[in-house]
Design a protein around this ligand. Structure first.
Ligand SMILES: Cc1cc2nc3c(=O)[nH]c(=O)nc-3n(C[C@H](O)[C@H](O)[C@H](O)COP(=O)(O)OP(=O)(O)OC[C@H]3O[C@@H](n4cnc5c(N)ncnc54)[C@H](O)[C@@H]3O)c2cc1C
Length: 546
């Protein structure tokens, strides 16, 4: 019978994206000691949200409205009403941004981001919770309470934004030139932000700027809160234009001008760069969780297609090479998942920390660099394989699979490129000794692992990588930093998968760990894992029907 709804465009539409995701459910149970009630969100993610995000990408991007019908400058980004509804639902009905502020956990917030998957919609939630986090933790009295509106705890709902990048450098934040002058108990900003997601929808933004007589470079930056409207109700920031992007269409990204813009200082002005980097941890973890979600959506599309499409007289999923592709995709997705939630766990434990930070905070930061890097790399690979499994139609814009590879490609770029994650990792190791708590933690986990031999081999690989690094002259270390970051990610994830196998009693996580160890870390071909194991892994423990 011909299909009549969005099912016609997708193999993942109509699936409950939470219910089928046994690994996600297991990881949440592992860290929370209970399973959150995410079935309604999983249903929503596989239906309304999935369709709206596709439609916005194809047909209905945000539109910049510079002047209103009365001729007044408004600088709005007009979102499709269906997208506005989705953002509202996610914040007020599913409470994705509320968990960390109402007694819940950051694991729940980031599981929500994972289920959203779409990086445009996820970005709107992320920049909003980043703003909430900074206000909640360091916010000036005048505006602090708005964190409740940004967290979806109180209405009216508000959206946030984080504007750091300027045209002369995003990686090099120390090149920021936006100026800040004190004025009557507030601050006045003048400058230009070149990549500003949330432009035209943000009620409140965070922005970096340079106060008078501050130190040169990044250490001279202070962090400010910028409301959309001045105290007298006039427009406080201007949007020059919205960017035309290859993906992330649902979030308007614009160029923003500050012209005598009223602002409030966050915390102490000398500590702005620390607050900014701490806030970037919130979005880097979101990037990692979103990258896991992208992989999962692409997987659900590819798995569905592989069970349906026939070639050479049998279904794709009956071909050994197709099973191998699915296995690789699933292994990388589970690797991404465990490393992300480990980093989230460390971050959650460090949220009470303030500059100058404790070793636990630096360990959380190190794990965040590791997770941000490896999940982005895996998202690019998994979505590419998924697209390939669809053959020619995988390349057509007509169907929903095509978008996931485009969307995956933002994940190594924004929130600090992979090179920047690698350089920050070197800094966290060389200056903060963040590898010491990493080694200690991983050793302890390996000693209680489901399969100690596999976990210990991964631990030894990690220790060897770090020993090699310690012997490298600085230029060699910098040259190799991305390899090192990758290796730390793979070895940590083997240990974390063995930990998950132990806590769930489910051997599948041990098989996945072993495949990463053999395939990825030792770079040796593996034998056939055995038909039963293989199908157990690729059907997500039987939650998918092959
Ligand atoms: C869709 C989108 C939305 C965005 N939204 C926001 C936002 O809301 N707020 C915000 O502040 N920013 C935002 N950004 C900006 C984004 O964070 C930056 O683009 C990113 O951090 C890279 O900075 P850059 O573009 O200036 O690249 P550059 O810093 O010019 O880097 C160019 C290349 O050089 C490499 N590189 C730079 N320095 C080094 C080095 N020392 N060693 C090795 N390699 C190096 C980088 O890895 C990169 O590959 C957004 C970007 C995009 C694409």
């Amino acid at each position: 019978m011909p299909l009549s709804g969005p099912e016609a465009l997708s193999m993942a539409y109509g699936v409950n994206h939470y219910r089928v995701d046994k690994p996600l459910r297991d990881v949440l149970r592992h860290y929370l000691g209970r399973e959150p009630g995410f079935d309604p969100l999983g249903e929503y993610a596989g239906r309304d949200l999935y369709e709206v995000a596709y439609r916005v990408d194809r047909l209905s991007p945000p539109v910049h409205i510079m002047y209103d019908v009365r001729g007044e400058r408004v600088d709005l980004s007009w979102l499709d009403p269906a997208e506005r509804r989705v953002v509202r639902d996610l914040m007020l009905e599913y409470k994705v941004n509320s968990f960390p502020f109402n007694g819940g956990s950051w694991h729940e917030h980031y599981a929500g981001i994972n289920l959203v998957g779409d990086p445009g919609v996820a970005c709107i939630l992320t920049i909003t919770i980043q703003t909430a986090y900074a206000l909640w933790k360091y916010g000036p009295e005048e505006v602090r309470d708005y964190y409740k509106n940004l967290a979806g705890l109180e209405e009216p709902l508000m959206l946030g934004a984080t504007w750091f990048t300027e045209i002369q450098g995003g990686s090099d934040l120390g090149a920021n030139t936006t100026r800040a002058e004190p004025s009557n108990g507030k601050w006045i900003l003048n400058g230009y932000k070149y990549f500003a997601s949330g432009a035209g929808i943000a009620d409140i933004a965070l922005a970096t700027a340079r106060p008078p007589d501050s130190r040169p470079g990044a250490k001279g930056l202070a962090l400010f809160v910028v409301p959309r409207l001045r105290e007298d109700g006039s427009l406080n920031y201007y949007v020059r234009r919205l960017k035309e992007k290859s993906g992330t269409v649902a979030v308007p990204t614009g160029e923003v001008e500050f012209i005598d813009t009223e602002a409030y200082l966050v915390g102490e002005k000398e500590k702005g760069i620390y607050y900014t980097l701490e806030d970037l941890m919130v979005s880097r973890l979101s990037n990692a969780a979103g990258a896991v979600g992208i992989q999962r959506k692409a997987y659900l599309e590819a798995f569905g297609y592989a069970t349906y499409r026939r070639a050479f007289g049998k279904r794709l999923i009956e071909h050994q090479l197709v099973k191998r592709d699915l296995l690789e995709m699933e292994v990388l997705t589970e690797e991404s998942l465990v490393i992300t939630h480990k980093a989230i766990d460390l971050f959650e434990k460090a949220t009470g920390d303030r500059p100058p930070y404790s070793p636990q905070y630096h360990y959380a930061r190190l794990m965040t660099h590791i997770a941000k890097n490896i999940t982005a790399e895996n998202a690019a690979r998994v979505t590419m394989l998924a697209m390939e499994l669809f053959g020619g139609i995988g390349f057509l814009r007509d169907y929903m699979i095509e978008r996931w590879h485009r969307e995956a490609l933002i994940t190594p770029i924004w929130e600090g490129t992979s090179n920047i994650q690698a350089l920050d990792m070197l800094e966290a190791i060389a200056r903060k000794n963040a590898h010491l708590p990493l080694l200690e933690d991983m050793k302890a986990l390996a000693s209680q692992a489901y399969d100690k031999e596999t976990a210990n081999k991964a631990y030894e690989a990690m220790a060897k990588t770090l020993e090699d690094l310690a012997r490298m002259p600085p230029s060699t270390a910098e040259y190799n930093a991305k390899y090192i970051l990758d290796d730390l990610g793979h070895s940590a994830s083997v240990i974390l998968l063995e930990e998950l196998a132990s806590s769930t009693g489910d051997e599948r996580y041990h098989w996945v760990a072993k495949i990463i160890l053999d395939y990825v870390l030792a770079r040796k071909p593996i034998g056939h894992p055995g038909e039963d194991k293989l199908m157990e892994i690729v059907t997500l423990g039987g939650t998918l029907r092959a």
